[in-house]
Design a protein around this ligand. Structure first.
Ligand code: F0G
Length: 419
């Protein structure tokens, strides 16, 4: 069973609670949403999705931010710090140099903790409360831990984060630390951290809030809904393509789900669905490998390396949801070098938009796809930038201008400026 774009509405099982249930994407088994803690299918261990009896149309949305889309979410309110409603920036110089009909930057770095993770956590932490758990946990390349720590503390819950030692950017550790998470630095990479935290969660030690958790992805769907509403308002049409960085492929899965639900609600024709286009760093590109090889499964990469530490991931757990998302929408996946990522980070900074390296991968990937002729010059494109520049101050300083020492008098400063 593969997730396809279809106008057919799902049959409602007895497990539905107020029109919401969990369904396995592999075997179709259904489960009540809030009775017990589960992350994958009891029968076949497949990934779960949240399903709904009533799918909303654009007219049903009101208010601002993630909870504007409450009718598309499993709960009507969350543990919130006013996440979402991020800018969809125009970038005229970049648009021209890349050479597309329209280019907009959806800057998720403008969320409360500086990344898109807040959208997932406002929903995921609320579900954790509904389930009555008291300890939350995640593995993280940094941003998930920052968001979990913030939303966990806002919800009055204990948080535990497992981070790959020496591979997390400074801003992210600072956030997890001050928001009061217990930080376990693991002598291994992100994928090893995720293996461990999944085992801890399975043993009932904590509630897992990685993107394997189907409720978190519901919050992240709102990125897609906001982009579509923004394009409809400005161009009277949805974008032809959405380009995004890929790590665990949670966003790719979430955006695809948002589009499938709009098709089922009759709001979007199958032919209109934006082409989901994933970008990975060359040193951590298992999804790209699978797309290029036409493979049904993603091969786990044990050795991964990239300056874009947020996407230094070799085992994208949401691949079974994301591969059909890329293929069914007519999208693709591409890898870029660290140098291309840094160049794109500078290009965005030159338009006044400060992003962390992983975020710039989207723009680097778009540029490469234009050069290769895979993206046409007539396309209207949204690039997702997932995290704020200040998340990784060291990468920003290395990519930017060096400070120039000057003496402490005006004459000396003027002399320096003239030299
Ligand atoms: N961009 C940033 C800035 C990220 O932090 C992440 C993932 C991604 C892109 C990839 O998104 O997993 O949905 O494909 N960061 C996770 C973390 C792994 O722990 O913060 P994805």
């Amino acid at each position: 069973m593969s997730l396809s774009l279809s106008a057919e509405k799902p049959a409602v099982p007895d497990d539905a609670d107020d029109g919401v249930w969990l369904e396995c994407i592999e075997c179709g088994e259904t489960f009540p949403p809030f009775e017990d803690v589960r992350y994958t299918c009891d029968e076949c261990d497949g990934l779960l999705e949240v399903r709904y009896t009533d799918l909303p149309t654009f007219d049903d949305f009101e208010g601002e931010g993630v909870w504007r889309y409450a009718d598309a979410l499993p709960l009507s309110e969350g543990v919130t710090t006013q996440e979402g409603a991020t800018p969809l920036y125009e970038v005229p110089r970049l648009e021209e140099s890349v050479g597309v009909e329209a280019l907009r930057i959806k800057h998720e770095g403008m969320n409360p903790t500086g990344s898109f993770k807040d959208r997932g956590m406002t929903v995921g932490v609320a579900v954790a409360k509904e389930l009555g758990v008291d300890r939350l946990a995640c593995a993280s390349t940094g941003n998930t831990s920052a968001a979990l720590a913030a939303y966990g503390s806002r919800g009055g819950m204990e948080t535990l984060v497992l981070l790959p030692a020496g591979k997390v950017a400074a801003g992210k550790i600072a956030q997890a630390s001050l928001h009061g998470a217990r930080i376990l630095e693991v002598d291994g990479n992100f994928d090893a951290c995720l293996d461990i935290v999944q085992e801890l969660a399975a043993g009932g030690e904590a509630y897992l809030l990685n993107s394997l958790n189907p409720f978190r992805l519901e919050g992240q769907k709102t990125i897609g809904l906001e982009i579509l509403e923004g394009f409809l308002a400005d161009y009277d049409a949805v974008p032809d393509r959405i380009v995004l960085p890929v790590g665990n492929a949670g966003n790719t899965s979430a955006l695809y789900k948002a589009f499938r639900e709009l098709v089922q609600a009759g709001e979007l024709a199958e032919s209109e669905v934006p082409k989901l286009t994933g970008v990975q760093a060359e040193g951590a590109a298992p999804m790209v490998e699978a797309i290029e090889n036409g493979a049904d499964e993603v091969r786990r990469w044990d050795d991964v390396e990239t300056r874009a530490t947020a996407i230094r991931i070799g085992n994208p757990v949401n691949a079974p949801k994301a591969l059909p998302g890329i293929r069914e929408t007519g999208g693709t996946a591409i890898s870029v070098t660290d140098e291309e990522i840094t160049d794109a980070q500078r290009d965005l900074a030159g338009e006044g938009i400060g992003v962390e390296p992983a975020s710039a991968a989207s723009v680097a990937g778009l540029r490469k796809l234009r050069t290769e002729g895979i993206v046409g010059d007539d396309e209207r494109v949204a690039c997702l930038t997932t995290g704020h520049l200040l998340k990784d101050p060291d990468a920003a300083a290395a990519a930017g201008n060096d400070p120039e020492p000057v003496p402490a008098d005006t004459e000396g400063v003027l002399e320096h400026l003239r030299s």
